[in-house]
Design a protein around this ligand. Structure first.
Ligand SMILES: Nc1ncnc2c1ncn2[C@@H]1O[C@H](COP(=O)(O)OP(=O)(O)OP(=O)(O)O)[C@@H](O)[C@H]1O
Length: 293
């Protein structure tokens, strides 16, 4: 599949903090999840790719456009839909007015065509019925859908979504997931999230970022496979586990290097993610016993 977004050696420092440290990646059409702990550099990476902040070093292109020149930046922005972490809603705007305002910023000058486009994107996120309602009177989930509608104005080829499902209840999250999946049909979507479940359910690729560096780039199945043979159940807390917690069944679920004879469990993407953070090169250490065989 064709590479649509490509970055090489991106770096960005804030004082003594390396928010991005030599980040290289390639994206293709479909939804790519961006996972990482707090402060990993996810928002910074999205802001750089959305040209909201310039990198100190490195380069990138989006659908053939490089941000080095004013014309390149303008062309890149025309292909971009960006849902930032805090969209900066004006509470007295209606859903329609907010999306219309964003459409004006996106250079949609013909009023009739623009209003048609605003109705189209509000319909795409299933908000036609409440388009006249003020944002302050919408639920959090509805407001996020308004923000997604705004990002979809002009049919951007590259959609950047910064933690769009944060704070949503499970039903709203599933609904939002559906919308993101639809948005990812035929376009490139980069989705930053803390929800490993969203990545497992939705994404065809996943990137793990930690301390400004890419720790993993591959498929969700490959990330999950990193925890093969490294998740086990025990009756008591296992002091040798890298992470472990008591489950609802009263047993402990452990992640790390299992002891000899351990009862192995099927890994999840979250297990693979935890081990990747713990083990930067991703190499599973030699197993300790027959349980690993
Ligand atoms: N404007 C800024 N000024 C100074 N430091 C910043 C600024 N923005 C981000 N940082 C720092 O850069 C690092 C990366 O931050 P960033 O917000 O990109 O991480 P993140 O992965 O998005 O975190 P979270 O999951 O908490 O949103 C952090 O150490 C953060 O404190």
């Amino acid at each position: 599949m064709t590479v649509t977004v490509s970055a090489s050696g991106l770096t960005l420092r804030y004082g003594g903090t390396r928010a991005l440290d030599d980040v290289s990646l390639s994206l293709r059409a479909g939804v790519t999840g961006l996972l990482g702990p707090n402060g990993a550099g996810k928002t910074t990476l999205l802001r750089v790719l959305a040209t909201a902040v310039p990198a100190d070093g490195g380069s990138f292109t989006v659908l053939g456009h490089a941000p080095g020149s004013a014309a390149g930046r303008q062309n890149l922005r025309r292909t971009l839909g960006y849902l930032p972490q805090n969209p900066g809603f004006h509470p007295d705007f209606s859903a329609f007015e907010f999306v219309d305002y964003v459409a004006i910023l996106k250079e949609q000058t013909d009023r009739t065509a623009r209003h048609r486009e605003v109705r189209r994107v509000l319909d795409a996120v299933d908000l036609s019925d409440v388009r006249g309602r003020r944002l302050k009177r919408l639920s959090g989930g509805m407001r996020q859908r308004v923000a997604l509608a705004a990002a979809l104005v002009g049919e951007p080829g590259f959609l950047v979504l910064d933690e769009p499902t944060v704070g949503l209840d499970p039903e709203q999250r599933v609904r939002f997931r559906e919308l993101i999946a639809q948005a990812g049909e035929g376009r490139t979507v980069l989705l930053s999230t803390h929800q490993t479940e969203d990545v497992a359910m939705l994404c065809h690729r996943v990137i793990v970022l930690a301390c400004g560096r890419v720790r993993f780039e591959g498929t969700p199945a490959e990330l999950t496979a990193r925890a093969d043979g490294r998740v086990w159940s025990s009756a008591a807390r296992d002091p040798g586990a890298r992470a472990g917690w008591r489950t609802g069944a009263g047993t402990f679920r452990n992640v790390g290097d299992p002891p000899k004879g351990a009862e192995l469990l099927d890994p999840t993407l979250e297990d693979g993610y935890l081990l990747t953070l713990d083990d930067p090169d991703g190499a599973a250490p030699a197993q300790q016993g027959e349980a690993a065989a």
